[in-house]
Design a protein around this ligand. Sequence first.
Ligand code: UFG
Length: 335
Amino acid sequence: MGKILVTGGLGYIGCHTTVELLGKGIEVVVVDNLSNTTIDVKNRIEKIAGKSFPFYEIDVCNTEKLKEVFASENITGIIHFAAFKAVGESVENPILYYRNNIEGLISLLECVKEYNVPNIVFSSSCTVYGDTKESPITEEHPIVQAISPYGTTKIVGEQILFDFANVSSTKVVSLRYFNPVGAHSSSLIGELPIGIPNNLIPYVTQTAAGIREKLTIFGNDYNTPDGTNIRDFIHVVDLAKAHVKAIDFADNHSFKVEVFNLGTGKGTSVSEVVDTFEKVNSLSLNHIYGPRRAGDVEQIWADATKANEILGWKAEISLEEMLRTAWDWQQTLKD
Ligand code: UFG
């Protein structure tokens, strides 16, 4: 077997996945433009894994540079993380998102085509299901109009890959993530939010650390048991392991396209997250209830039966562990 190219392999989900791949003895090549991470993450991955790997500081939109990587490394599979992911920013600057996420994917596929790469695993999102009222949600749920340009890049990205798989021998696995949270148990890697976090868990941990004054819970008048939104929070290490399973599955099965939901199958409310965070970390979190945030889906959680049955994967890490590791990680960061 050759090497697995991990684009965005120094980013939040990418670095945890690189650790898991190396841990399974799989050879890895990482490409990252360092737009949302630092080179130090490479050393940290190597420290956890006890192994080194080739790294190229390249933007995936740069097809010529990317082709050089394919020319010098024997790449037999790709996990494509490299993309922007801030929903609000995508609303403010849609062109940036379409250029980076869509052009980046097309650039990568030019290389896949030229070098006949057999498998590609794509980072998708439950955002493709839009503002659904049906949870747990299966992969059969229709894809609807996205709520944000970020969401559109995931829907269009999947479609581009499916069209490509149709006319090539490359197998496509699209993984639809629910809400990835937490950090590696070593506290050497985790999420590195730049600026004021948009996502719940970094905002919670930064508030606990005193970097933010208080957490505002966006809405407590939803039609849910405690009035706050419900999400399917999944530990990033569980998510990373699913990518290793997806690569293994693609190597050993014949198909064109497969789509999997990656979640725990359990919905947790924002209020429950705050309560559990306080309990497991023995602290009290300054929080208030505020108005709803525009574009928030009321409640969504995964039916992850397909990933369980076909990939042999199941999320195993508890909400308590997600929130403990998130806090441990935050305490290693300087503000
Ligand atoms: N929330 C707060 N206060 C905050 C931040 C978030 O109450 O300061 C709430 C949100 O209203 C939401 C929940 O916490 O109910 C989770 O919010 P996140 O921003 O962490 O995550 P989202 O569910 O909005 O977004 C995630 C991914 C996106 C993806 C989307 C699809 O981050 O990439 O799910 O639903 F597109």
